[in-house]
Design a binder for this molecule. Structure first.
Ligand code: GUN
Length: 297
């Protein structure tokens, strides 16, 4: 079997970044506005630290101002809510991102619901999620599934009538991914199956997929015999596995066994370098759009 075409998330995210950069420049030149995003991190989860740092570096490259507020792991929910209230009222802050996962004393859904939907660049506010599901053109869509959608569109993967199988029903990826692809829309119209931890016959479902999207957070779960020859495989997973030979004692692997699956698939995302950079690209694109929308408030 020949090797799959690589879906280059780095190259496609670079295109989106240059579109965002042009948008930012226009906002500055025409209106004197610099888009701004505030990241909020609670605790010292190393993965969250790395993600927020990467988002901040990219924002700066595009001319987007960013601040990072770090709160202690024991911060009570009320304190985080008060901070969000303050950021909601700050006209220099166009986007607010509270990095998940949050410590267990904090109710994530209440936090996401407290963010002004017009600053909800993560797309997690119930208004934006509800509009997404209803096909009512939400102002923001969750960045990772929106990034996967953009990858599929820009790579010319046919979506109308395609059999899409999504592994994972999380609120950040699986559920909104399904909502995006099942819409009546020229860039969607797929037949979507969403599998989860209680699903039966998982391999059988996967083998029917024209497009298989793995977002369940289990290292190397998708094997070659679960993939239809020629299928498009998208790996959203980021999992730590122990590796005594690595300098920090672990390495990161996706939900897809890339070495084996790339021999069967028609196209596949590398990991890293596939979905990850697209999440950041969608976030910063959302931030520029939030700044533009704030002009007419
Ligand atoms: N944790 C993992 N992915 C995301 C994301 O897209 N946004 C936020 N806020 N937290 C995350």
């Amino acid at each position: 079997m020949s090797s799959a075409r690589l879906i280059d998330g780095k190259a496609i995210s670079a295109q989106i970044h240059s579109e965002t950069q042009a948008h930012v420049r226009t906002l500055q030149e025409k209106y004197g506005v610099t888009p701004g995003i505030t990241f909020v991190r609670v605790g010292d989860d190393p993965a969250s630290q790395a993600y927020v740092r990467m988002k901040g570096v990219k924002a700066a490259e595009l001319g987007i101002r960013s601040d990072t507020i770090v709160l202690d792991a024991a911060t009570p929910q009320a304190e985080l809510l008060a901070l969000i209230e303050k950021l909601n009222g700050d006209s220099a802050v166009h986007g607010i991102l509270v990095q998940a996962p949050l410590p267990k004393q904090i109710k994530e859904d209440e936090i996401f619901s407290a963010i002004d939907p017009r600053k909800d660049v993560d797309g997690f506010h119930p208004i934006n999620v509800g509009k997404l599901l209803l096909g009512q053109n939400p102002m923001f869509k969750p960045c990772t599934p929106a990034g996967v959608h953009e990858l599929l569109i820009r790579c010319g993967v046919p979506l109308s009538g395609a059999e899409v199988v999504i592994l994972g029903r999380g609120n950040i990826v699986g559920k909104p991914m399904a909502a995006i692809l099942l819409q009546k829309d020229k860039h969607a119209d797929a037949t979507v199956t969403l599998l989860h931890s209680r699903s039966k016959n998982i391999a059988e479902h996967c083998r029917r997929a024209d497009i298989l999207i793995a977002a369940m957070g289990q290292a190397l779960f998708v094997k070659a015999d679960m993939v239809k020859p020629g299928a498009v495989v998208i790996d959203v997973g980021v999992n730590r596995v122990d590796d005594a030979t690595a300098k920090n004692g672990y390495r990161l692997v996706g939900d897809v066994d890339f070495a084996a699956v790339s021999q069967v698939a028609g196209a596949i995302t590398p990991n890293p370098g596939g979905v990850g950079p697209m999440t950041i690209a969608m976030l910063l694109s959302n931030t520029a759009r939030a700044a533009e929308a704030a002009l007419s408030l």
